[in-house]
Design a protein around this ligand. Sequence first.
Ligand SMILES: [Zn+2]
Length: 421
Amino acid sequence: MDPLERDYIARWASTILGFPCIDYLSEETASTIFHELSRSEETLNPIRDTWGNWDWQYCASQRKGLTYVPHVDQLLRSALSRRVRGSNATMWPANKKFALVLTHDVDMVSESAISLCGLRQCAACELVKPNSLLRKSLSLSRMSARYMSQAFRDRLDDCLWHYEDWLKVEESYGFRSTFYFFPSPVKKPAQWDCIYQFPDIVRFNGKRMTVREMMQSIHRAGWEIGVHGSYRSAFDGEVMKREKGCIEDALGSRVTSVRQHYLHYDVRITPTLQGEAGLTTDSTQGFNRSIGFRAGTSFPYWCWDHVHQNPLRVLEIPLHIMDGSLFHPAALEYDEEFAVRHALQLMDAVEAVGGCLTLLWHAEYLNRPKYRNSYKRLLDEAAQRGAWGCGAGELYEWWLNRETSVAMDHLRTASTASPSL
Ligand SMILES: [Zn+2]
């Protein structure tokens, strides 16, 4: 195993366990962990799905029946079992038992409204779709009719205009979350991109305001705003930088967290572009059509640069459970009971290793009972179990401080132990 790869695993494992532990890991164990965290299997197999993504069905761990368990965390624990046995210490604030990272992708802000800029983007998207001329025309007519009634709709209510309810439910448990907003306007829209714009009118906390003002209100309340990178940004560094700038200009504040729309992502390219754009935390490495542990771990890890064979300065907070994966007909298609039962199975496994469970519930699904109820039930359960409910940026800060303090402790111990000259 390359020394850089071994150092990378040493840093990750000691951040979790709080002491240098690489010497307790066999070459084989360290190599298995590296293979999973670096996602090297995704560089070796060119297969991708409809959206150009790696997904659960391609993982070797899926064929071994391991995607629903954090098998890498379990491997680390079992290799260190003698050292960690009997210890009740966790790595989380106030010795919380595990972390629950809460996130929302904001793909829509209205069920009915559309701006002129949104209509233009919609037309551009429609032109690149592989649909018949008739279907394209019908879709454009529908969108135009939507735009024509805009003046009236602005004064009416919209069933999505109560996104403050996400904040209220999280606040009731003392939790926070990250809202990933889509940049606007998108320069080269793809057919799957979102169409809302920052000047669009919404209602938030009972007040009429623009999307831009809603983002600022959420941020002022103590929640994090991140970038929901457009489909093409995953492969285009200039687009990625521009979109980060778009969100920062609208928010009037720096943003550091990102999740790619549709989870469109390539481990060889996207994390490098995110890092070059100045983003420090990503939460895209998950599944669209199932739930589980893409890298076999519940814990964050630094993304690996497959070109220069180095760790990048982008921390991956892996995504484990997405609402669409639980309920969509093209995914698991569960009802509420089945969804909660399976999600709790993952929570059990994460709690057992003192790890971190990441949820993604789309902001626009808050009126769908099974989506809303299941979210609340998972938060309720996590709070009862003593979880730390936080956003991606908060977790990044905590991880970075923990990594630094463990490294400093190690240096102090080593200098005390070395003979003075
Ligand atoms: Zn999205």
